[in-house]
Design a protein around this ligand. Sequence first.
Ligand SMILES: NC(=O)c1ccc[n+]([C@@H]2O[C@H](COP(=O)([O-])OP(=O)(O)OC[C@H]3O[C@@H](n4cnc5c(N)ncnc54)[C@H](OP(=O)(O)O)[C@@H]3O)[C@@H](O)[C@H]2O)c1
Length: 230
Amino acid sequence: MKYALITGANKGIGFETARQLAQKGFHVFISGCDETKLSEALKNLEDETDSAEAVLMDVSKDESVSGAAKFFSSNKIKLDVLINNAGILLKEDRSLVESDAELLEMIINTNSYGPMRVIKTFIHVMNNPGRIINITSGGGSMFEPVGGWSPAYCVSKTLLNSFTRHLAYELKGNGISVNAVCPGWVRTDMGGRSAPRSVRQGAETQVWLASEAPQKLTGKIFRDKSEIEW
Ligand SMILES: NC(=O)c1ccc[n+]([C@@H]2O[C@H](COP(=O)([O-])OP(=O)(O)OC[C@H]3O[C@@H](n4cnc5c(N)ncnc54)[C@H](OP(=O)(O)O)[C@@H]3O)[C@@H](O)[C@H]2O)c1
């Protein structure tokens, strides 16, 4: 049995990723920072699998992440897959010049340092070989046209892409691959109703990376199961 932890998985792309991994035979741990939403999500997942658990974890807080990691070490659970999916997109994020420093700090702390914090804390409970997958966005690309929407969010995803590549290099010797996935524009609370993609499509590439892609793929950014420039 393979074990996967997905952050920010009480809804949206994270929940669907957990659902698809459970269908492929993974034991999935869904995590989130709201106990009520998390237990509701677990109930929904349990309609489809008896191999799911919920772990309370706010990726923006050191104590919360280390508390969650203790659950795994004390139960001697080793993760095969860690998916850093939790993220925020705030409507106040309109201008880098006019926004308060706190706004930028909050977004980077959740979207960029959140995954780093989780990786640093969970690396000791990961299997070799193991896979880390960071959920990024086309907004973080320096290759596609830059600008026009949620600049702090876009910067946070550029930073996440950069973390991904540096970590891939650093963790190669540990047998752990580190990649990022852009899910495309997806119909969720974050993506809104006009987005062209379903959550099923938005989860497919990370599920493929977690389960089927060659382990040697590392340090890359993917969309639709293909490497993209960023
Ligand atoms: N939807 C898109 O079009 C799109 C496009 C590109 C990239 N993405 C990326 O895909 C990922 C999932 O997005 P989504 O569209 O599924 O968004 P969503 O529906 O808003 O879900 C985001 C999830 O992250 C959780 N979360 C937020 N802050 C957290 C924290 N501090 N600790 C733990 N969990 C936290 C949320 O929990 P609560 O419900 O408790 O807030 C929720 O479960 C994000 O990283 C996003 O940037 C999405």
